[in-house]
Write a protein that binds this ligand. Sequence first.
Ligand code: FES
Length: 211
Amino acid sequence: MSAQDEHGGSSEKDESRREFLKTAAAISGVLALGGIASVMKSIVIPAVPGPSLPSFPRVKVSSLGELTTGTSLIFNYPLDTEPNVLVKLGQKASGGVGPDEDIVAFSQVCQHLGCIWGYVAPGQSPSVNKSYVAASPVAYCPCHGSVYDLTQGAKLIAGPSPRPQPQVKLEVDSAGNIYAVGMGAPAIFGHDTGSNDVSNDLQGGTLVAST
Ligand code: FES
């Protein structure tokens, strides 16, 4: 026979009620936490816009009508202090534009130690080294003799440079105007040298204005 409490109920029943209430409180707590978790999952945190990065300008460099085979011209891109050479090679080249896919442009700052190279046509010699005769259109660096083949994306074919020269991305519009629109890897010498992140080319100076 179970004991009676002062209200006439049994103590066993009270104990069972307390256990029931404790279990119910625990379950409701778990359910509440689950509810909070599901609410948190459904909250979408809006992205905070970061600072906008500069992009490569689009700059007119020349036109098809102004170029004949062997023509080379120097232009600054993408910064107003960065020299590049555009050449009409007279033979199809990697990345070449124009009807003959022979117009290319490259950074003129040597990837070895930053000297300025010169264009040498096939069969010609650089003024600093008359014993060297170019077998193909090349960029020849007078400082330590690095030679880059301009038909193959300025791949190094002689000398100490560890990398090819960065190639300028060119486009030709329907009127024959030639535009520089970007740079290929590697980064221009002096802009995180050795990196393939060409966004470094846009830092450290004034961008040329799009035309
Ligand atoms: S800086 Fe061009 S070869 Fe050394």
